[in-house]
Ligand binder design. Structure first.
Ligand SMILES: [Fe+2]
Length: 230
């Protein structure tokens, strides 16, 4: 009994993680590919302030989807990065703001015609759509992509789960994870650490790659953990 419990604990929490490099920001997939347009950061300053910006990710495939928009200061940068991809803001059909912090949803105004998600709110223009994200239910976009509730950092965070990439299942996760090695920092930024810890463990159990809110994407080595336990 004790051994079984120990094994389960290892399975649920001891996944090794490894950060991708800044040359691995294009994750090819079928039918969706993911481009990290900006790698977020969070840097403490000597005066007690910190400089922060959120990661911006683009999905291309059957739908063209932006996950987080960066802060308002990123407006020109974002338009240029989309243009580099031969896209205008009007080509984005769905914008997912993982949570309502200004460094993640500062440019929603670029996308008035898109379906807009901010946390558990989903809107098309001024029409708000029924959903059960706040009750813990995913909101499928299609058979490959779904919005999943990942609360804790705030009460209403969501992430985008993308299946079928060459790196496996990818979770575009906002501030559920700050960065690959964030055990020193995520709790102090969390509105509900117990809830966030549960969301993090679920993410680590289900994702091969996680794109965090303020750092480079990282791999989750689930196969190794399975091998160790088996
Ligand atoms: Fe945040």
């Amino acid at each position: 009994m004790e051994a079984t419990e120990k094994k389960n604990a290892c399975n649920s929490s001891e996944f090794r993680r490894s950060e991708l490099s800044d040359t691995e920001l294009e994750i090819v997939g079928q039918p969706y590919s993911i481009s990290v347009l900006k790698v977020g950061y969070c840097l403490s300053q000597q005066d007690g302030s910190f400089r922060a910006d959120g990661t911006i990710s683009l999905l291309t495939g059957p739908r063209t989807i932006l996950v987080d928009t960066g802060g308002p200061w990123d407006r020109d940068f974002l338009v240029k990065r989309l243009k580099d991809k031969r896209l205008d803001p009007g080509d984005i059909s769905l914008v997912v703001g993982t949570h309502g912090h200004s460094d993640h949803v500062g440019n929603l105004g670029l996308f008035p015609a898109a379906t807009i998600v901010v946390g558990c709110d989903i809107s098309e223009g001024d029409r708000y759509l029924p959903n059960q994200l706040a009750e813990g239910q995913p909101y499928p976009i299609d058979e490959h992509v779904s919005i999943v509730p990942t609360p804790g950092h705030t009460g209403r965070d969501v992430s985008l789960l993308v299946k079928g990439t060459t790196m496996g299942t990818v979770l575009v996760a906002g501030d559920l994870f700050e960065r690959c090695t964030d055990d020193d920092s995520w709790r102090e930024l969390s509105e509900n650490p117990a809830v966030q810890e549960a969301s993090r463990q679920e993410a680590l159990r289900t994702s091969d790659v996680i794109i965090p809110g303020h750092g480079l994407p990282f791999r989750v080595h689930r196969e190794e953990a399975d091998g160790r336990s088996g």
